[in-house]
Design a protein around this ligand. Structure first.
Ligand SMILES: Cc1cc2nc3c(=O)[nH]c(=O)nc-3n(C[C@H](O)[C@H](O)[C@H](O)COP(=O)(O)OP(=O)(O)OC[C@H]3O[C@@H](n4cnc5c(N)ncnc54)[C@H](O)[C@@H]3O)c2cc1C
Length: 317
């Protein structure tokens, strides 16, 4: 009996010693990581640790799925909000040196929270919130957009310069151009102009060695991969150079609400047979919404056709 209790005591002491050694070695690692950022950057890098007052508000700022705010969800050891491209380079190098995973966040719309959650290893959130400059060049139909910008900001900056230029991106204005374009992307202009990533003509990316590469220096394969293969697998994309497309100055939009009682099912059925034959200037979508629910959860489902057209005289069937 005495031997068992001595063994138990020894195991507990060993466990406590090894956990405190682990804790102190990881806190040494974090201190050395912060030192690494400090000595390799000419300008102060904004770093937010869990004890900073800014930490939670920055972390939550672009979490769109509230379940990822739960206390049980792993949180980043640090949040870094780079002000310059060089801050991204230094972050990549120091994270690599200190075995910290990087989660890169642009608009934060990832359905799985992959831009700000990692389950098995300590990680740093690289939030590109300050890298959101957009410069539109109407003369050559292009724009450079930093990946912290949202689609809405991009559309706005283009519209400021021209009513007849557009970018064929997604519907939701708060989606970030970092994740959207690197995952291909599509929106209302897809029938006429294809997916969003088809309109990227150049990019700037920080690779695992902290180098900034453009289309030419990254090579054809990597340039192909970041336009649909998910940016985070390959590096941190700093900016995209995009090609703008032409649109007419006036666009017509219709919403046609139909309930099941009003024949919504027959309409959707028919739509499947004519959808692909419509003119490519016409975009037609359907969204199904629950409405007029009473206390017994009985209700009707209006099927709303959204039609955006530039074709005169096109009739809705
Ligand atoms: C409400 C809503 C509406 C949507 N509407 C559309 C739509 O109309 N059309 C459409 O095609 N899709 C749509 N999506 C999907 C959306 O395009 C993808 O979820 C996209 O990945 C989100 O990009 P983000 O930058 O906002 O997200 P984030 O969560 O920031 O990033 C998504 C992924 O990309 C990585 N990433 C982000 N920035 C970079 C970077 N600079 N370098 C490297 N990797 C990076 C992240 O690490 C993560 O893995 C929608 C999503 C939501 C939630």
């Amino acid at each position: 009996m005495k031997m068992i209790s001595e063994f138990l005591l020894l195991s507990i002491v060993m466990f406590m010693t090894s956990s405190s050694l682990l804790a102190s070695s990881s806190s040494n690692n974090y201190e050395s990581f912060l030192l690494c950022l400090d000595i390799h950057s000419n300008f102060t890098i904004p770093i937010h640790s869990p004890t900073s007052s800014s930490y939670t508000s920055i972390l939550h700022a672009s979490i769109h799925n509230l379940k990822f705010m739960l206390p049980t969800i792993p949180k980043p050891k640090f949040i870094i909000t780079p002000m310059h491209e060089s801050h991204v380079q230094v972050t990549v190098l120091c994270c690599r040196q200190h075995s910290l995973q990087i989660r890169t966040r642009s608009g934060g719309h990832d359905f799985e929270g992959l831009s700000y959650v990692s389950y098995y290893v300590p990680f740093v959130l690289l939030d590109l919130i300050h890298l959101r400059t957009i410069s539109v060049n109407i003369e050559d139909n292009t724009a450079w957009v930093q990946t912290g910008a949202t689609l809405g900001e991009l559309y706005y900056r283009i519209a400021e310069k021209s009513r007849t230029h557009a970018f064929p991106g997604g519907f939701c204005p708060s989606v970030g151009v970092g994740g959207h374009i690197s995952g291909a992307g599509y929106g209302m202009l897809i029938r006429k102009y294809g997916v969003t990533a088809d309109h990227v003509v150049d990019a700037r990316l920080v690779d695992v060695n902290g180098r900034i590469l453009d289309k030419e220096s990254m090579g054809e394969d990597l340039f192909w991969a970041i336009r649909g293969g998910g940016g985070a697998s390959f590096g941190v994309i700093l900016a995209w150079k995009i090609r703008l497309v032409h649109v007419p100055p006036t666009v017509t939009a219709f919403i046609v609400p139909r309930t099941l009682e009003q024949g919504a099912k027959a309409l959707v059925y028919k739509w499947q047979f004519i959808g692909d034959k419509l003119h490519e200037d016409l975009f037609l979508g359907v969204s199904i919404q629950a409405m007029h629910l009473d206390g017994d959860h009985n209700g009707t489902l209006p099927w709303i056709f959204r039609k955006f057209t530039t074709v005169n005289g096109t009739k809705f069937p």
